[in-house]
Ligand binder design. Structure first.
Ligand code: BJW
Length: 232
């Protein structure tokens, strides 16, 4: 069985990482659609860098939760038959044990140089506009995908969706495309589809099955079900 799992901010919520669109969401009073854009960065580069610097720093204080760990357990058994794609820019899947993670909206622990187009691991701050370690120009920004930019790895994601037997969406509101459209693409190619989310997402009616509750409860139960079907 080939499974594609898409995760969003809800899977990291129980680890203490704020989501985007819940009441206590990340931008406090700003719509993420207004601030997570290249235009917002051009207008207020230092403020945007500080926002990501703070989030990068806060990664040190959070840990993966049972949902991340369960998906890593699933990968151990399924190997290449599991494709894990996340909209999250944190590293909690990796720290939970997942080996292969497609970060379609980029990674907080990487910086992208707008001068040389290089991508470098980054754990420090960017608000003081340090020089790029590759070219020396001070044009580093967080290696994340803002509105209007093209998400990473779309060819591979699409390839995996087209031949998936099961598509599972975990902890995402279904408000942001192209990720919000994955369920329809997978379903149109015959995949079963399952939503695991705290509440019905915007696209909940596209799923053949939906379970509502906390990811830390739902994901381990679902993974156990799959592993039992494999004889574990
Ligand atoms: C729990 C829980 C618990 C809570 N357990 N669950 C008009 C129509 C259609 C599309 C467009 C349009 N106008 C423009 C577009 C395209 C645009 C778009 O979608 N806009 C929308 C506003 C409509 N998209 C883009 O621009 C994208 N690029 C693009 O389309 O390029 C064209 C192209 C595509 C493909 C091929 C070729 C070309 C880029 C989108 C970039 C999004 N970037 C951000 C910021 C990343 C950096 C950062 O982290 O700061 O990505 S925005 C933000 O939203 C972030 C997230 O990854 C993304 C999704 O959010 P997510 O994960 O769903 O979080 P929430 O908070 O929304 O939901 C959390 C859910 O969890 C909730 O449902 C809770 O209930 C639940 N939950 N606790 C389980 N314990």
């Amino acid at each position: 069985m080939r499974i594609v799992v898409l995760t969003g901010a809800g899977i990291s919520a129980e680890s203490g990482v704020p989501t985007f669109r819940d009441a206590d969401g990340l931008w406090e009073g700003h719509r993420i659609e207004d601030v997570a854009t290249p235009e917002a960065y051009e207008a207020q580069p230092t403020a945007v860098q500080r926002f990501y610097d703070d989030r990068r720093k806060s990664l040190a204080g959070v840990e993966p939760n049972p949902a991340h760990v369960a998906l890593a357990r699933l990968e151990e058994v399924l190997g290449e038959d599991l494709f894990l794609v996340t909209q999250n820019i944190d590293d909690l899947h990796e720290r939970g044990g997942s080996q292969q993670v497609a970060h379609m909206h980029g990674e907080l622990l990487k910086a992208w140089c707008r001068s040389c187009d290089g991508r470098v691991p980054w754990t420090g701050e960017l608000a003081d506009f340090p020089p790029c370690p590759r070219c020396g120009v001070s044009e580093l920004r967080p290696d994340v995908v803002w509105f209007g930019e093209i998400p990473y790895g779309m060819d591979e994601i699409q390839r995996r969706l087209l031949r998936a037997d099961l598509f599972v969406s975990v902890g995402t509101s279904g408000a942001v495309y192209p990720a919000a459209g994955f369920v329809q693409l997978a379903a149109s190619c015959g995949a079963k589809t399952l939503e695991l989310n705290l509440e019905p997402s915007e696209g909940t009616h596209f799923f053949s099955e939906a379970r509502h509750g906390r990811a830390g409860d739902l994901v381990p139960v679902w993974v156990d079900e799959v592993l039992r079907s494999y004889g574990f």
